[in-house]
Design a protein around this ligand. Structure first.
Ligand code: ADP
Ligand code: ZN
Ligand code: ZN
Length: 743
């Protein structure tokens, strides 16, 4: 009998072990590529992933140890995902195991596993009895909380407070059972099945074209449809076709909590065949959904970026909805771009890739141009009409400078006030959009210009009205607002700008009949908070929704007839080359929330810069004209996608340390540029302080490099990573290629 061997990647993220280790496979052990195993490793035991099997081994037999055992009796990483891991390892210059870890729920690694069977806690009380229990046991807080949480449904016991659980079991209020059960995420309960509507002609053409590719060997499409054109229905029909062919589908959305409708639509149409994967699920829920997918019970997966690794077999289609959103790029190592990974995975599976957006990124849209090489090109499909011939909303751009001249100092223009009044009087709903990120309420001295900044982060602090504190949005530090200026002693210290809280207060003041709901970082901290707030608005209990970026995307409320943008230019002049693009996208998206059903919508955009092309063209929802303008600007100013930005960020206790490391590496990089002969393609390369030079108390420097896109970026990334890997102790260095944020 021939010996069998397995090459294993051990589950330890360190450069030194980023390679294959060969182990012998005991005779009777069923194991194969993608299996998770326990292996001896020096004096200890580690988990690992079998990458491949082989019949021979170069090492002397006494050097080869056997695999101890298998963690699970099936492959946790499917063959095409194993191949994807290999590709990512090279593409993103990261350790192999970092990519493999993305492919299984965290719960399945280490000792955190609770195998197939789990103990579940079940409440024996009905709702009324439970309420009585809580009333009578007020002092046993943990028990009350547990009862409350079990009212929502049974919970796996490892997730619960054990002493409270024991007490409740003793009182007979709870029983625990050992069983295998797939926990359904709360967001998916009570969804009614729905029938297919008849497609609009444009939708039908899109579906036919994509389905044809699905039947051949795949294809890549950009579905550019105006807001309300029914892109989701196109996805659904293509997925249905894929299912009929015995294939599966993955739908990526920017952030699950912000797009609950996509989840419920897909569930309404595909029932239990659909599964969700995202970070807000509990560990148990995620593990269960993952297994439903792995064992073929669910064939349509919806999730945020990491769902691109869902263990589906026979992949037919990957949809990336709102493809322009920056959440598709991971901000931790491995810094992968889910769109790029989706493309690679779809290609190797012969599947169809659909990128969808009303406002595609400049980078993506460039790839539909006929001059792009066929292997990189995307096929453009346009939906120019809203469904059922609904008109695009009528948009008024209001020049706020004029309001000030007329003596209106309120945050609302007369036009917005009048429109809001009409809207509420007619029993309709309104959305008010406040882009707080660029327009926060910082505190500044009118006499000397002093701005209160976080002592740890070198960014201005934001005033929070509810508890009258100043808060740092980067590190969470708080302090009391100063009464006099710490710099000049003046008492003219003022709050600038407006935030969502202030908008809400103003609405309540002007319209006592308004029932407001506010969605921003403060109101959505808790699990399921998004859904509750969205539900409050959808049900009509609230009639004015006030929010930040998070309400701009994908929401579809038929009764919304007015959208007001409080300060359109708030994000126009941020120190980032994408600030105009982001403003355009946000304004187009948020305007698209109006008039989505049978009553036409209206949008009021308030701005101090009404002639700016980013604002003008968003008001017209004219993506193509915007793209023409913006790409000329990018090309002239040598910005991506015409160039590539790469940087290494150095973080250290002192600025001197960070600077020294950055400058030393810049010198080495400079030398390397000469050696490889790419000098003439390098537009810029230097060490300088990072825009936010202090973050969470640590000093930051960077090497900033801009090159023409013909440069072999993989070589640059490898070089940068090797520099980053060898920084002195006490300094950390992170490589970023085309980062979404340049702070
Ligand atoms: P988009 O994503 O392009 O902004 P949606 O997919 O949200 O548009 O669709 C807008 C609305 O139109 C949704 O309420 C959807 O249910 C509805 N819709 C889509 N296609 C059709 C159709 N063919 N017939 C009737 N209603 C449709
Ligand atoms: Zn001052
Ligand atoms: Zn801070």
């Amino acid at each position: 009998m021939t010996m069998r061997y397995a090459d294993v990647v051990v589950d330890l993220s360190a450069d030194a072990v980023d390679r294959f280790f060969t182990y012998a496979v005991p005779d009777d052990m069923p194991v194969g590529p993608g299996w998770q195993v326990n292996v001896p490793f020096g004096p200890r035991a580690l988990e690992g992933f079998v990458v491949r099997m082989k019949d021979s081994c170069d090492l002397p037999p006494n050097k080869v140890k056997p695999i101890r055992d298998c963690v699970r009796d099936y492959a946790v990483v499917l063959p095409d995902l194993m191949e994807l891991s290999d590709w990512m390892h090279k593409r993103y210059v990261c350790n192999r195991v970092d990519t493999l870890r993305l492919m299984i729920p965290a719960k399945m690694r280490g000792d955190r596993v609770h195998e197939a069977q789990t103990r579940f806690a079940h409440l024996t009380l009905n709702a009324e009895e439970a309420r009585a229990f809580i009333e009578n046991n007020k002092r046993a807080k943990a028990q009350c909380a547990l009862v409350e949480s079990l009212l929502e449904g049974d919970k796996p016991t490892p997730e619960l407070n054990s002493s409270a659980l024991r007490a409740l079991v003793e009182k007979g209020a709870v029983v625990c059972t050992l069983e295998e059960r797939f926990r359904t995420p709360a967001s998916l309960k009570h969804i009614e099945p729905a029938a297919d509507p008849e497609l609009m002609p444009e939708q039908k053409r899109a579906v036919d074209q994509i389905n044809a590719a699905l039947e051949k060997d795949g294809g890549r499409f950009l579905l550019n449809g105006v807001t309300g054109s029914g892109k989701t229905e196109v996805y659904i029909r293509v997925i249905r076709h894929a299912l009929a062919m015995g294939k599966s589908a993955i739908v990526l959305v920017p952030e699950i909590a912000l797009t609950p409708q996509m989840v419920s639509w897909l569930h309404a149409r595909f029932g239990d065949t659909a599964a969700v994967l995202h970070s807000r699920l509990s560990d148990g829920e995620r593990y269960d959904e993952w297994r439903r997918i792995r064992f073929g019970k669910a064939k349509v997966v919806i999730g945020a970026r990491s769902a691109v690794f869902a263990p589906v077999e026979n992949l037919g289609v990957i949809v990336v909805d709102e493809e322009h959103e920056h959440t598709y790029q991971s901000d931790k190592r491995p810094r992968y771009d889910a769109r790029e990974v989706a493309r690679h995975r779809a290609e190797s599976a012969g599947a169809v890739l659909i990128l969808g957006s009303a406002t595609p990124s400049v980078e993506t849209y460039m790839r539909v141009q006929p001059t792009v090489r066929p292997e990189n090109r995307l096929e453009l499909i346009e939906l120019r009409q809203r469904v059922k011939g609904r008109p695009l909303p009528e948009v008024d751009v209001v020049d706020m400078r004029g309001e000030l001249e007329k003596g209106n100092r309120s945050i609302f223009s007369t036009k917005l006030l009048v429109s809001l009044k009409h809207c509420l009087a007619e029993g309709r709903q309104a959305i008010l959009f406040m882009n707080r990120r660029g327009y926060s309420t910082f505190v500044s001295c009118r006499a000397c210009g002093y701005v209160v900044k976080c002592g740890q982060c070198d960014v201005s602090m934001t005033y929070h009205r509810t508890d009258e504190t100043l808060r740092c949005h980067y590190c969470g530090a708080t302090q009391a607002p100063p009464k006099v200026c710490p710099q000049c002693g003046s008492r003219y210290i003022k709050y600038f700008g407006v935030g969502t809280q202030q908008v809400e207060e103003e609405v309540k003041k002007c319209f006592p009949e308004a029932r407001t709901v506010r969605m921003d970082n403060d109101t959505t901290r808790q699990k399921d908070a998004h859904e509750k707030l969205i539900d409050e608005f959808r049900s009509g209990r609230a009639n004015v929704m006030i929010g930040t970026q998070m309400i701009a995307k994908g929401l579809d409320f038929p009764n919304v007839t007015l959208v007001g943008v409080i300060a359109a230019d708030a994000t126009l002049n941020l120190p980032d080359y994408r600030s105009v693009e982001r403003t355009f996208q946000l304004l187009t998206q948020v305007s698209g929330r109006a008039g989505r059903a049978d009553v036409p919508g209206k949008v009021v955009i308030q701005t101090y810069d009404p002639d700016h092309y980013g604002i003008r063209l968003a008001a017209k929802q004219d993506f193509r004209a915007f793209y023409e303008k913006e790409s000329v600007f990018r090309r002239r100013a040598l910005y991506p996608p015409f160039t590539v930005i790469a940087r290494i960020v150095y973080t250290a206790k002192t600025a001197e340390q960070a600077q020294a490391a950055a400058e030393a590496d810049a010198e080495k990089l400079d030398q390397w540029i000469d050696e490889t002969g790419i000098r003439r393609d390098v537009i810029q390369m230097r060490a300088l302080e990072a825009p936010i030079s202090l973050l969470r108390g640590m000093s930051r420097w960077q090497i900033f490099m801009k090159v023409y896109f013909r440069v072999d970026m993989n070589a640059v990334a490898v070089k940068m990573q090797s520099l980053a890997d060898s920084v002195p102790d006490g300094i950390s260095a992170e490589v970023e290629i085309n980062p979404t944020n340049l702070f």
